[in-house]
Design a protein around this ligand. Structure first.
Ligand code: F0G
Length: 454
């Protein structure tokens, strides 16, 4: 299998290059592990021609607006609509797309009241085709996998990456291999991978063990890896920030808050903000903050204990299984983003996550547990004065409520958090199903009771 090249068939040469994030070495090619040949660190994609071609920010904004009226596949995709800031593809029919992106930006009046931050929004990436933000990156990376001539794609996953990869592989006529931790991903996500035709291996290890194995596998077998180590994934995920700013009429929010797991998404959004700033699309930078579960707090500890110099890995444990990651691959990129944008990094408890998830649910939009860390984190950032009440805040909701129904049902039945006294404060949020005799009387009594307590 040839190394991945910027001059693969269908890709105009010189439109982008791979650059090592540590030693800065640039190359037209990347090995199958997407690591620097000299120092083994991660690669990112750069666009040397941007400077000479003098992209005009006003013109870009109007092109992106105009494309919303078009019916071509690439314009209907909320990712490829922003293709001017992505690796270029010719001809465009080669794109593998499920019309990802185009996700709504919601106001959160109920959560605004709770947090005391009136200008509070949610960018709901859980409304992507496979129910998570991964689709924005997958359309780009799967497209480049096929262009490079691969037949197999593979990933290690806590569930959402595998669901997304399997779907895009199926659409693109590729085979897919999924490595997931046995018993530690939700049935919904597992069922997606199965239905989309992936060869799905449940390994007796955690996510970090799966990723380690995948890194070795790609050096031995002709499979293209689609984890967020793959820089094409991050290019696609950048478009979240472009679409968000467009939805805000290019008025820059003060804060963007994302959950942190393997730290690809925070890296992608941060890269987009820097590029937008450099290109003159925005005149100032929002602060990008990353929130982790207390039991999977590698980045929090890395910053606290080594000031971001050396990764502190942890044995991850959290019911927010999407972010049950102890050895995040993109930690250096995330540290850089926090430094560049001036963002914060916080951890939240299992009870805080459960409460925040129910509060977002009560807005009528809902999300999966990992996404709810953003609201729980915002409460902390308001409390410690990092976020001021008059500032505007966007929470990035990364996954759909339907991704983890067991969590939601356990929460409402009072079975999620074992420590009764610690979780007593959550009772007001619980709406357990009520089992009744099938009589009109019983239903009316229940309705009256509910009216009294509302
Ligand atoms: N939210 C959800 C719903 C996720 O699925 C993930 C990661 C994250 C947040 C964290 O994003 O890794 O870019 O920092 N899910 C992975 C997976 C790793 O395999 O689906 P990150």
């Amino acid at each position: 299998m040839p190394p991945l090249s910027t001059s693969a068939p269908g890709v105009r040469p010189t439109t982008f290059r791979f650059r090592c994030i540590s030693c800065g070495e640039q190359n037209d090619r990347a090995g199958q592990n997407f690591r620097c040949a000299h120092c083994s660190d991660l690669l990112e994609i750069t666009y040397p021609h941007w400077k000479e071609s003098r992209l005009d920010p006003q013109q870009l904004k109007s092109i992106w607006r105009e494309r919303r009226l078009s019916h071509s596949d690439v314009d209907l995709s909320g990712v490829w609509r922003f293709r001017d800031l992505l690796p270029v593809l010719e001809p465009r029919e080669q794109v593998i797309t499920l019309r990802e992106g185009n996700t709504p930006l919601y106001e959160l009046p109920h959560c605004a009241n709770i947090t005391g931050v009136p200008r509070l929004f949610a960018k709901h990436q859980g409304l992507n085709p496979t129910g998570s933000f991964k689709d924005a990156g997958m359309t780009v990376a799967a497209t480049f996998a096929r262009l490079a001539g691969f037949r197999w794609v593979a990933c290690a996953s806590t569930g959402n990456t595998s669901a997304s990869m399997a779907a895009y592989a199926a659409r693109g006529g590729l085979r897919s291999l999924v490595l997931v931790p046995d018993g530690k991903i939700s049935w919904s996500k597992l069922s997606q991978a199965l239905d989309y035709g992936a060869v799905t291996c449940q390994l007796r290890t955690d996510f970090d063990g799966c990723l380690r194995l995948l890194q070795e596998l790609v050096l031995r077998a002709p499979v293209y890896q689609l984890n967020s180590i793959n820089p094409f994934r991050l290019e696609g995920q950048k478009t979240l920030a472009l679409e968000l700013l467009e939805q805000l009429d290019w008025q820059v929010p003060d804060h963007i808050i994302v959950p942190g797991g393997n730290l690809g998404n925070s890296s992608a959004i941060g890269k987009a903000l820097v590029e937008m700033y450099d290109l003159g699309l925005i005149s100032r930078m929002p602060k990008l903050s990353v929130i982790q579960a207390e039991g999977a707090n590698a980045l929090v500890r890395t910053l606290r204990e080594t000031k971001g110099k050396r990764l502190v890995s942890v044995q991850a444990e959290t019911r927010a299984t999407a972010i049950r990651i102890g050895n995040p691959a993109s930690w250096k990129k995330a540290v850089h983003v926090l430094e560049t944008t001036g963002g914060a990094c916080e951890e939240v408890t299992e009870i805080e996550i459960a409460q925040a998830k129910a509060e977002i649910g009560a807005e009528g939009i809902g999300c999966e547990p990992a996404s709810a860390v953003t609201l729980a984190g915002l409460k902390k950032l308001v409390k410690n004065g990092f976020v001021k009440p008059e500032e505007s805040v966007v929470l990035v909701l990364t996954g759909n409520l339907l991704k983890d129904p067991d969590y939601t049902i356990d929460f409402h039945r009072g079975e999620l958090i074992k420590n009764e006294s610690a979780s007593a404060g959550l009772n007001g949020l619980r709406r357990p199903p009520i089992i009744l005799d099938a009589t009109l009387d019983a239903v009316i009594r229940t309705l009256e009771q509910a009216e009294k307590t509302s």
